[in-house]
Design a protein around this ligand. Sequence first.
Ligand code: AMP
Length: 131
Amino acid sequence: MTVFSKIIAGEIPCYKVAEDDCFFAFLDINPLVKGHVLVVPKKEVDYIFDLDDETLSQMMLFSKRVAQAIKKTIECRKVGLTVIGLEVPHAHIHLIPITHESDISFANPKKKLEAKEFEAIASAIAANCNV
Ligand code: AMP
């Protein structure tokens, strides 16, 4: 079971943003910027392009709705999307509010936030999210 499956099962805590039958969104614990969200399929597949076509398409639509909520909540020019997946073997999309190209560089130091800040960001995005 991956760390993300444990989060989805409620065995590990997270700052949840949105959920439906097939997907789960929560704050990245080592965010590049405030509002950095991960979207994960409940189906446990390592490599995103091994997902079946239907799941991959629906994952993009779910991500769109979460990105719209991030955009409403966090001041930014756009919400960028990237996939890396070298650390956690469970397919996921990073949604990152950006104003400059450098905001989405994984070479940047990660933000350190207090639990209260994570909670406030997650609940504000969740309140703007229609999944
Ligand atoms: P990657 O697999 O390279 O896309 O990186 C995995 C991402 O998941 C990193 O940005 C981590 O900060 C994030 N991450 C790992 N464990 C957790 C966790 N328990 N809760 C939230 N985010 C996590």
